[in-house]
Design a binder for this molecule. Structure first.
Ligand code: BGC
Length: 311
């Protein structure tokens, strides 16, 4: 048994500690609330690690809203770009979208994406990249073009490669670039929310500027539908090899050639239109065949020749 005076002292110390803890907790909570309200997480003015306005599952408006109404809705978006007003964004992200003849999809996409990206407190720009109609569509090539052109506008550290007909259904799906490239469309309603195959990297994905440069971007040689994303997936091997040099063994950013027809800064997006000289495209394909380093097969290359020459 402790003497009486020691018991009293212990009780006083206990009460004192509890009060201090309680005060500290209340003060912590109050500070946190103030910071959340101001959308500032610390003295550096950076936005919070977890954006406070995220809601989880989000609904999709599949009616194509008029451009005028979309523009009215997103007053703070200028030249396809936005940055949070009350805090400094932690991520500078360019959203690249290869595009051809899909005005309805584009309006649904733009209307959906701006509110989604604003809630994520990103500094971002949306780039719609289009190829001359007489050349077969080439998703990888358009991503490469978008990458080069977006970097002329801002020092984006992160790129999202996005199909125009895919929309995120949950805003916890963060459009950021963590340490490793990220597949953002792993569960799509059309495919019963199941990944088609383990190495699928199509639809929507993200990667840092440095990583994209290291893997030498996409191949420019996949004209028509499919294959470019599988090739892209294979290129990511180099990221784990410890080499930081751009991979020159495959075609991509290092062999990219295009003529910029137009770069228009519309209110809701930057619209890039390019042409590709057919002769250049064929020469590139021939070089690939000669070097024998292509990751696409000879039969795919001949198919591509046919497509280019037919148009
Ligand atoms: C194609 C990919 C495509 C995937 C899912 C594959 O056969 O090569 O480009 O993303 O199918 O449609």
């Amino acid at each position: 048994m402790l003497p009486n005076y020691l018991q009293k002292a212990a009780t006083i110390v206990f009460i004192f500690q509890t009060v201090i803890l309680l005060l500290w907790y209340l003060n912590y909570n109050a500070t946190l609330t103030i910071l959340m309200k101001r959308n500032i997480s610390n003295k550096s003015g950076l936005c919070p690690l977890i954006p406070p306005d995220l809601v989880g599952p989000i609904s999709v408006n599949i009616n194509a809203t008029e451009w005028m109404d979309i523009e009215k809705k997103f007053q703070k978006v200028i030249k396809g770009s936005y940055r949070p007003e009350n805090c400094k964004a932690r991520h500078k992200v360019a959203i690249l979208v290869p595009y051809r003849d899909r005005d309805t999809h584009l309006r649904i996409f733009i209307n959906h994406m701006h509110s989604f990206l604003i809630r994520q407190q990103l500094e971002y720009g949306i780039y719609i990249v289009e190829l001359d109609k007489d050349i077969p569509f080439n998703r990888g090539f358009l991503f490469n073009v978008g990458f080069m052109e977006a970097l002329k506008d801002n020092n984006y550290g992160c790129f999202v490669f996005h199909d125009v007909d895919l929309l995120p259904l949950n805003d916890f799906n963060l459009y950021q670039c963590p340490d490793q490239p990220k597949h953002l469309s792993v569960a799509i309603d059309k495919y019963k929310f199941k990944l088609l195959y383990a190495t699928n990297f199509g639809g929507v994905s993200s990667m840092s500027t440095e990583q994209f440069t290291t893997i030498n971007g996409y191949s420019n040689l996949f004209f028509g539908w499919g294959g470019e994303d599988d090739d892209f997936y294979n290129r990511m091997d180099v990221l784990n090899s410890g080499t930081k040099r751009p991979n020159q063994a495959v075609d991509g950013l290092n062999s990219l050639q295009y003529n910029l027809t137009e770069k228009v800064y519309r209110k809701m997006y930057v619209h890039i239109t390019v042409t590709l000289n057919k002769k250049d495209a064929v020469t590139q394909l021939l070089n690939r065949l000669k070097k024998g380093k292509s990751q696409i097969s000879e039969s795919q290359i001949f198919e591509t020749f046919k497509k280019i020459l037919k148009n």
